[in-house]
Design a protein around this ligand. Structure first.
Ligand SMILES: Nc1nc2c(ncn2[C@@H]2O[C@H](COP(=O)(O)OP(=O)(O)OP(=O)(O)O)[C@@H](O)[C@H]2O)c(=O)[nH]1
Ligand SMILES: [Mg+2]
Length: 220
């Protein structure tokens, strides 16, 4: 079969599973985000902070995607919320079927927020709908402000771009205005939030954004 036809078939199959996941999420009134970034941009660190801030008032669970190892799920579990690791066995992204299978081990009943940390990669995760409400693109300032132009799909499909590691801005040539302008050129509705998951700077803005998105889903 032609390569393009194979890919289209794969994506159609994924969309079907994503639709199924979405039905589950809606049924349980749980808000679901899919965090995507390059390796090491700070996804797990931001999630650790988010879990700490939310766990008293909300029921939160996390699904971690990685090629191998349980390290990220173990990091999250230490913060006292359910964390399930998916190993993709070499695949550079999570797909909807993997999430569907994970839901067998992660009860959605009573959950307010489910966070999915995707595999660190700036290409493949953008193409696969997991059934989530929002995709969030985390870009750390050490990666360079050219990333929106080089990996446009990631920014096109995201609801928010979180600029992480802003504590390191003085040591980089990262141009926040340029990165924001370029990302918005692919996505006019993109919200942009600056944080340092290390120092906690800007974290309040991220938490406020999440709460607002969560409330929107609950209200439906
Ligand atoms: N200076 C600084 N370092 C950070 C910040 N956020 C994360 N880091 C560091 O960046 C490194 C990678 O952080 P992780 O949270 O593991 O990144 P990740 O995106 O989950 O990585 P993968 O799951 O491997 O893709 C760690 O050494 C963190 O301590 C930040 O805001 N500022
Ligand atoms: Mg991680």
């Amino acid at each position: 079969m032609h390569e393009v036809a194979v890919k289209e078939g794969l994506l159609a199959h994924n969309d079907e599973a994503a639709h199924h996941n979405r039905e589950h999420f809606i049924e349980h009134g749980v808000y679901v985000i899919n965090i995507m970034s390059a390796p090491g941009a700070g996804k797990t660190t931001l999630l650790e902070r988010t879990v700490d801030a939310f766990k008293r008032d909300y029921k939160v669970a996390v699904i971690e995607g990685d090629l191998q190892t349980n390290q990220d799920a173990e990091r999250i579990a230490k913060h006292g919320v359910p964390a399930l690791q998916i190993n993709t066995g070499g695949a550079c992204h999570l797909d909807a079927r993997m999430i569907h299978d994970a839901l067998d081990h992660l009860p959605l009943a009573g959950l307010d927020l489910l966070v999915i940390e995707n595999v660190g990669n700036l290409v493949c995760p953008a193409e696969f709908d997991l059934g989530e409400h929002d995709k969030v693109m985390l870009l750390s300032v050490t990666e360079g402000h050219d990333k929106p132009r080089k990996y446009p799909l990631m920014f096109h499909v995201a609801r928010a771009m979180v600029l992480n590691k802003v504590d390191l801005l003085p040591y980089t040539d990262f141009d926040v205005a340029k990165a924001t302008r370029d990302a918005k050129a692919y996505n006019l509705d993109l919200d942009v939030i600056q944080v340092s998951a290390r120092t906690g700077a800007g974290l309040e803005n991220w938490l406020t954004w999440l709460k607002a998105r969560m409330a929107r889903v609950k209200a439906r």
